[in-house]
Structure formats: structure tokens, C-alpha cells
Ligand binder design. Structure first.
Ligand SMILES: [Zn+2]
Length: 380
């Protein structure tokens, strides 16, 4: 292997599953960026072994481009892989490995594409933003909102998530809430002396279902989304300790996906009101975390740069959340566009097609050359 395939193999070899450190891959990417003459800032997050990496070139404070991606990958346990997930393996015209598509292909293509551009000659600033813990709720980019507050950034970002080179300008956010139902323990032979927390949870679930129906009727962004409403998922439930005890506690975790323009806190307030309204003295709710939605207007300069490379003329929406919601909080508008298909991400034998990986190198070189006023040395 050589060139971008070798770089991808080196990136895949870091087993950066979200519960593990990213310091190794960050050091590798920092070294590659420094070799290209970029300024490198490693921004440590609160959790040990977790950092974001910001690399830049060109005149600071000028409005060039941000290229962004996450360094972490999803776990491989329990999946029927046919090869070592952390060793990039070529099978026909596919490169197989965990993160090959989501989204180390874009990281590799960026490092290779930038090697073709004379970064010293950029007229506008190029900023690379590599994040940690995207896969577990965009935690790295959330930390970035504070880490980069006050730093002028280019106004447009490309996040190279796998979209098979479709341009996506919107996605719902994600929020998680915990609901706790409290009962009173008793021997199961005398249930009238206790109060069953699981039975209370059943009434709470029914109340949540009517809220989910209300949300389904509030249709927005029908031109962009397959499910143009706030989606709710009752994700986990835990309660009870033994067959002969009336349970005194039942805990429910609920996820929901706010659309752009719908403050997650408002939706959570509705959810808490419905859930706690069942029995205010014995039901409590708590908002655990929020990943913001993203909406980028049509007609940006970045869209014009990507259009010649796009698989489809129309801009679409992603069903999954990205770091773009947090970048939006920093005043940066994102388009999601990259090699590989989200349909094979997160699964066994995840792969990126070889030709898409190579095409991504060309796209990065050209988009940076045109978007930041540099020169792509391979352009005729
Ligand atoms: Zn991803």
C-alpha cells in the first residue's frame, strides 16, 4: 500500500473506539500536519486521554475553510468481522476496516490532499478540526465550543462523513433524558403494602407515547427529511431487583431528535411535563445531554466548490447527527460530504471503495486550492 491507502491503514491501526484514548492518533495527525507546515494546537478535554486537534495554515482570521472530522470509531465487539477490524484489508475494490469509511477515509484524504497544495501560499485561512467522542454524543465538538470561543474561524466547514459524495446541509439533533419512577418496596406476598415503580413506569410510557404522537403530527422540513418531525425513542428501562420484592425504582432513558429551530430544552420541558404529570410526587426527569441540530442555508461558497464533485445536484439531509451542530454554535456553517456510504458504517466489514478514497484526495486538494486561494500542484 502507498499514498492515501497507506495513510488510511495507519489511521485504522489506532483502535480509537470511543471508550479509549485518542492521544495516539492525535499525535500522528499533529505530526503529519506539522510536516506540512501547519500550526498545531492540541486542546485537552476534561476526560483523560481525550483531546481535539486544531491545525491551521494561511493568514489567521481570514475567511477560508474548515475541514473537520472525528477521530473516534464505534466498537467492534459482537460483530461478525471476517478480518482484523484494526488492520486495513483490501478485498476486491474495497478497503475494509473499522473507521475505514466512518470517517478515517476523510482524515487520510485530507492529509494526502493537502500535501499537493502549497500551504505557505494560502491567501485565506485553512483550519483542520479533528474531534474526539463524536460517536458517543459529539462530546469533543461540544468541548470545542468553549475551547475555541473567541477564536476567529472561517465561516464554512466541510465535515467528511460518509455520504457517498452527496451534499447534506441539515440534520436533526439528539437529546437524552432520564426519567425515574419511585415506588415503595414490600414483600411480593403483600403488594398492597408497597407501591410498584414498574407499574408507575408503564403509565409514564403511555404518556410518552401520546407525546410522541403529538410530535409526529408537527411536520417540518418535509422536503429534506424522511421523517419530518421530532422522533422519540424509549431506549432503556431498568427496574426491580428480585421476583419476590415489589420494585421501588424504575428508570427509563428516552432519546429524541430536535429539528433545527426547536430548542431541545423546550422539547425536554414538554417531555418532563408529560412524564412527571402522571404522578408528580413519584416521577422525576432530567435532561442528560444535547447534540444540536444543524441547518445550513443553500447557496454557500462551499456548496459551489463541492458541486462539481457531487453525486447529486440537490442538497439533502442526514438522518444522523454530526459535529456540525456544535460548529454552528461557533458561527461556522457546515456541509456534510465525503467518501463511503453510511449504510456500511458501524457494521462488520465496514469499507470504503478504493476509487472513492482516491477521489476524496482530489476533492480536498481542489476545494482547498480554490477555497483558500492556494495552488493544487496537480491541476493542469
Ligand atoms: Zn462518523
Amino acid at each position: 500500500m502507498k499514498g492515501v491507502e497507506r495513510t488510511l491503514a495507519e489511521l485504522v491501526a489506532f483502535p480509537t473506539v470511543s471508550d479509549r484514548p485518542v492521544t495516539g492518533i492525535a499525535a500522528y495527525l499533529a505530526e503529519r500536519a506539522e510536516a506540512l507546515g501547519m500550526r498545531v494546537e492540541k486542546l485537552d478535554s476534561a476526560a483523560p486521554g481525550k483531546c481535539n486537534l486544531v491545525c491551521s495554515a494561511g493568514p489567521q482570521g481570514t475567511d477560508g475553510l474548515v475541514l473537520s472530522g472525528h477521530m473516534d470509531v464505534v466498537p467492534v465487539e459482537g460483530q461478525p468481522w471476517t478480518s482484523d477490524p484494526f488492520r486495513l484489508t483490501r478485498v476486491g475494490d474495497r478497503l475494509v476496516g473499522r473507521g475505514s469509511c466512518d470517517m478515517k477515509a476523510f482524515l487520510a484524504a485530507t492529509m494526502e490532499g493537502l500535501a499537493r497544495v502549497d500551504l505557505r501560499k494560502l491567501e485565506r485561512e485553512l483550519v483542520l478540526v479533528w474531534t474526539h467522542d463524536e460517536e458517543v454524543g459529539c462530546l469533543g465538538s461540544r468541548a470545542l465550543v468553549e475551547q475555541l470561543a473567541g477564536r476567529p474561524l472561517p465561516s464554512l466547514a466541510l465535515i467528511g462523513e460518509p455520504t457517498s459524495f452527496s451534499m447534506l446541509r441539515m440534520h436533526p439533533g439528539h437529546a437524552a433524558a432520564r426519567i425515574v419512577c419511585t415506588g415503595r418496596a414490600a414483600h411480593s406476598s403483600k403488594p398492597d403494602l408497597g407501591s410498584n415503580a414498574i407499574a408507575l413506569a408503564a403509565r409514564v410510557l403511555a404518556a410518552l407515547e401520546t407525546l410522541a404522537e403529538d410530535w409526529r403530527r408537527d411536520v417540518r422540513f418535509a422536503e429534506l427529511l424522511e421523517r419530518p418531525f421530532v422522533v422519540m425513542n424509549v431506549a432503556t428501562i431498568r427496574g426491580g431487583s428480585a421476583i419476590n420484592i415489589v420494585p421501588d425504582r424504575c428508570e427509563i432513558e428516552v432519546g429524541f431528535r430536535p429539528l433545527p429551530g426547536m430548542p431541545p430544552e423546550d422539547l425536554y420541558a414538554q417531555l418532563a411535563e408529560r412524564a412527571c404529570g402522571v404522578d408528580p410526587a413519584h416521577v422525576t426527569a432530567e435532561l442528560l445531554r444535547v447534540t444540536p441540530a444543524m441547518l445550513t442555508p443553500e447557496g454557500t461558497r462551499l456548496e459551489a466548490l463541492l458541486r462539481p464533485h457531487a453525486a447529486r445536484a440537490e442538497l439533502g439531509a442526514a438522518s444522523f447527527a454530526t459535529d456540525g451542530g456544535n460548529l454552528e454554535r461557533l458561527g461556522v456553517r457546515t456541509l456534510v460530504f465525503g467518501p463511503g456510504s453510511i449504510d456500511v458504517a458501524h457494521k462488520a466489514d465496514e469499507y470504503v471503495p478504493v476509487d472513492e478514497l482516491h477521489k476524496a484526495v482530489d476533492v480536498v486538494a481542489e476545494v482547498v486550492a480554490r477555497g483558500c486561494g492556494g495552488v493544487d500542484s496537480r491541476r493542469p
